[in-house]
Design a protein around this ligand. Structure first.
Ligand code: ZN
Length: 331
């Protein structure tokens, strides 16, 4: 989770053409890409609006991906993060998320993200180790600008691959999108906050999976996982000093050491995805109509039983596959 006050640099003022040229999209067909951390990014309509005057979401997301590569290289992690695909959030999921107060409803939101068939299909197609959403709405009540499940003690690629989902806000109030994006993926690889922001130390993947803030330096220095300090593109480390200032404590605050161990778990998350052929077929025949002051959706669920599923805005189901009793269902 992230604080809104984290980071200050503006990383989005690059042209779309420049960003795409720096990191052209590539498809991944080799499921054994263990030298790379493959990330699928999906952005909402509100996120696209926030970036409309900055070359659009593709350019901004590619730039953030380049920033992440720099952080990984600076920390000498030996694995390169790679954005394998960028897509707008599928219409059904966008509708599910929009206007439902989901922003303050973290766990059902993640459930919805994980449960979306189109996103799941893309994750399989691109063998993505991570799926990350970009939201345009402002920070949570508590100031969070991003969320990610944390790889915790004892975690494995097999136990965690279904948790490798998170989101980051690109709202202006959150400021440093690229910095928060790196921070959230860091959680998905077991990196942790600075000591006074660690809620459950016993759950840390390693005892030294903690960030570092140096208030003795002027200006102060924050590392990628720290809430405080001016964030620099490094994970906490005891391997070197930064501008003559310490940015970690050996055996205590060393996310770099943690990540060197865990990144090899992260690149294997996609190994545990079931085969694409084993997924249920996609729904078809999505229809939207307005009637009596509410919006209605209907589609054909082609999995298991061939049933018609529908929602309307007056009976908001808590979970997307749960249907909605009393929903009107024009075929
Ligand atoms: Zn965090």
């Amino acid at each position: 989770m992230d604080s809104a006050e984290e980071g200050a640099h503006d990383g989005h003022a690059h042209s779309r053409a420049g960003a795409l040229a720096a990191d052209p999209p590539r498809r991944v067909r080799n499921p054994q890409s263990h030298d790379r951390l493959d990330i699928l990014v999906a952005y909402t309509a509100s996120a696209a609006r926030n970036w409309a005057d900055r070359g659009g979401p593709e350019a901004a997301i590619r730039h953030a991906g380049d920033y992440m590569k720099m952080v990984f290289r600076n920390s000498d992690l030996g694995v390169e993060p790679h954005i394998v695909h960028i897509v707008q959030v599928p219409a059904a999921l966008e509708w599910t998320l929009a206007g439902q107060g989901w922003w303050r409803d973290i766990f059902p939101t993640r459930w919805r993200m994980r449960g979306d068939g189109d996103v799941l299909r893309l994750r399989h197609e691109h063998r993505a180790d991570f799926v990350h959403f970009v939201m345009g709405e402002g920070p949570l009540t508590l100031g969070f600008c991003g969320i990610h499940s944390a790889l915790s003690r004892g975690g494995t690629a097999e136990s965690f691959f279904q948790s490798a989902y998170g989101w980051t806000s690109n709202n202006a109030a959150c400021r440093d999108f690229a910095g928060v994006f790196v921070h959230e993926i860091g959680h998905g690889l077991g990196a942790g906050h600075e000591p006074d922001a660690v809620r459950r130390p016993e759950a840390l993947f390693r005892p030294y999976a903690r960030g570092y803030v140096n208030f003795d330096a002027q200006p102060n220095i924050g590392t990628a996982m720290a809430y405080k300090g001016q964030v620099e593109p490094f994970f906490s480390t005891s391997r070197f000093d930064l501008f003559g200032a310490t940015v970690g404590v050996r055996d205590e605050q060393d996310n770099e050491r943690t990540l060197r161990e865990t990144v090899h778990i992260g690149v294997r998350y996609s190994d545990y995805l079931p085969l694409l052929e084993d997924l249920p077929p996609q729904p078809t025949g999505l229809r939207v109509w307005f009637d009596g002051g509410s919006a209605h959706l209907a589609w054909r669920d082609n999995g298991r039983a061939r049933t018609l599923t529908s929602w309307n805005t007056k009976c908001r189901p808590r979970y997307p596959t749960g249907g909605c009793s009393g929903a009107s269902g024009k075929p």
